[in-house]
Every structure is written in structure tokens, then in C-alpha cells.
Design a protein around this ligand. Structure first.
Ligand code: MN
Ligand code: MN
Length: 321
């Protein structure tokens, strides 16, 4: 948001190249270095909810490291996302690996503090479990949310291995808790394994309409963005992006890769078609650097986060409680 207060942008030191120094997200100031943050970028290094390949706990550091090349000016939107709003790196939430319920409470408490402080959150995961406490904090401030969910997977499953909260259940739990506006949620990029059609029925009950990955083969991204706008309506929007929505060729570094996904270019084209949406919170999750190659996934995630930050600056949403 535009503010009367001074805005501190990206590090600008002629003696320190972009590849040098300690990486905050996009070389932005730390939260401690600013008097307010319109948007707080916060890492959530938690992956104990993952069902297959672990490692997303290392996602936040990997995304930050690959965010050094994010520049001040967004050519498509003709906007300066770090000039028109104060964006700051709030560091990582201190969350341990043992005990999912306890971790979710810790994430919720930290997210709630940032939201109450007047910041909108852009979270860097972490596995998709972290979306549940982030949705709790955002819904407490804004009421039921229209969730725009990019993922290969439904993430509206129930109990797995005795756990009701894991990375395949955040949106089911959120729906049960009344955090979602059930008429206005949208999946994009769905494919991958299900055990049977009953899971798709459950998913509809959790409030989601679906745009499948294969639709990108024959539909324009403009048309898809238009459909999403219609579904989301005019209320507060939360955007959750599981990096595995991308094809493994575009994002190999993730825990549950699924072939036949969308491209980074398609993802950005859809996001760029959503200018003006009132986005009250967002996350980019499931980056697992141990399976990445040459930073492909880290770059995709960092630039996805930048697209979201830019959209948030153009959307006019406020974070007042
Ligand atoms: Mn997911
Ligand atoms: Mn997924």
C-alpha cells in the first residue's frame, strides 16, 4: 500500500554485487530494519507433514538464495513492487520438527502477530501443512477466504497414517473450521494420483472448483484467468502456490513431483491476469532443494513470490483487523 512513511527498498550498495552478502528475500530489509511492513515475507521451515520425499524445511533458505536477481521494476505490470509498498523479510518462524499440532500452533501465533501488526504475509514454505495456520491468521482478520490454490494435488484429503493435519489436508481442515468461502475457492493445475472418484466428491464439498493441468493444452491463459476471477468473486483472496503445480522439468526440487504439469510461463501468465484482486495473504510452498538442479526450482519459487508481491501491491487489499 502507498504510505506517507519512508519506504526502504532493496539493498543498493555499489561495492556489494547481488551475489555477495547475506541473502534476505530479494535483498530487502529485515523486518527489524523498518518501522512497518505492508508485506512481511516470512520463512516457515517445516516439513514434518510431508507424505513422500522430505526436505521442504530447507525451502525458505533456498528461495532466498535464488531471489538475489529479483529487480525493482516489473516490466509486465509497469510497477515497482518494492517502492510502492514496504516489503520486508521477517526471517523464519522458529518451528521445530517434532509434533505437527505444536508446530501448527507456533506458526499460527507468529502469523497472527504479523497480521495484527498490520502486515500481509507472503510465506515461503515448508510443506503445505503450513497453509492451515496461515489461513487461520488471515481468516481471523478478514473472515472466510476465497482460496486460489495452485497445486498438482487436491490437498483436501482426510486422515493419513493417523494424522489429521498433514500436507495433504490443509484445505479440508480449513473448510471444516469455516476459514474458507466455500462458493469461491479454486484449484488450478490438478493432476496426479487419487485412489478413486470419492476423493473428488470430497473435494467439491470442501468448496473448490477445478481447473485441471491438461486444460492448459487447449485453453488460453487469459481465458483461465478470467474464469478464476469469476469464481473468486469480490471478497478477500488467499493465494497458495504449491511449486509442484509446475511440471518436474520446471520444478524438480519438490517432495511429491507429478508429471504433465504446467510451465512457469503459464503460471505467470495466469497470475498476471489477476491484477486488482484483493489478496490478503499468500504462500509458496513445497520447495525441497535436495532434489533441485541448478537452482531451477529455487528460481521458479523466488520469481513466483515476486509475481505475488507485485500483485499484492496492485490489489488494494488492506490488512486491518
Ligand atoms: Mn500441496
Ligand atoms: Mn502438491
Amino acid at each position: 500500500m502507498t504510505t506517507e512513511r519512508e519506504i526502504i527498498g532493496q539493498r543498493d550498495d555499489p561495492d556489494l554485487p547481488r551475489y555477495a552478502g547475506i541473502a534476505t528475500f530479494a535483498l530487502l530489509p529485515r523486518l527489524e530494519e523498518v518501522d512497518h511492513a505492508d508485506i512481511a515475507v516470512v520463512g516457515v521451515p517445516f516439513d514434518s507433514g510431508t507424505s513422500f520425499r522430505p526436505g521442504a524445511r530447507f525451502g525458505p533458505a533456498h528461495i532466498r538464495e535464488h531471489s538475489r536477481q529479483l529487480h525493482p521494476y516489473h516490466q509486465f505490470h509497469e510497477a515497482y513492487p518494492f517502492r510502492e509498498q514496504q516489503v520486508a523479510d521477517a526471517g523464519d518462524i522458529g518451528v521445530g520438527p517434532y509434533g505437527i499440532e505444536r508446530a501448527v500452533e507456533t506458526i499460527h501465533a507468529n502469523a497472527d502477530r504479523l497480521v495484527r501488526g498490520g502486515s500481509r504475509i507472503l510465506a515461503l514454505g515448508g510443506d503445505h501443512t503450513v497453509a492451515l495456520p496461515l489461513l487461520r491468521a488471515a481468516a481471523a482478520a478478514h473472515g472466510p477466504l476465497a482460496v486460489l490454490h495452485f497445486d498438482a494435488h487436491l490437498d483436501t484429503w482426510d486422515v493419513l497414517h493417523g494424522a489429521s493435519i498433514w500436507h495433504g489436508s490443509p484445505f479440508r481442515r480449513a473448510a471444516e473450521e469455516g476459514l474458507l468461502d466455500l462458493e469461491h475457492c479454486q484449484h488450478v493445475g490438478i493432476r496426479g494420483g487419487v485412489y478413486g472418484p470419492g476423493e473428488l466428491d470430497d473435494d467439491r464439498r470442501a468448496g473448490f472448483a477445478m481447473i485441471r493441468s491438461e486444460e492448459f493444452q487447449h485453453r488460453s491463459t487469459d481465458g483461465i484467468a478470467e474464469q478464476i476471477r469469476g469464481r473468486l468473486g469480490s471478497g478477500p483472496v488467499y493465494v497458495s502456490i504449491d511449486i509442484d503445480v509446475l511440471d518436474p522439468s520446471q520444478a524438480p526440487g519438490t517432495g511429491t513431483p507429478e508429471v504433465a504439469g504446467i510451465t512457469t510461463r503459464e503460471l505467470f501468465a495466469v497470475l498476471r491476469g489477476l491484477r486488482g484482486l484483493p489478496i490478503v495473504g499468500a504462500d509458496v510452498v513445497e520447495v525441497a532443494p535436495a532434489y533441485d538442479h541448478a537452482g531451477i526450482t529455487g528460481l521458479a519459487a523466488a520469481h513466483t513470490a515476486w509475481e505475488l508481491l507485485t500483485l499484492m501491491g496492485l490489489g488494494g487489499a488492506t490488512a486491518e483487523r
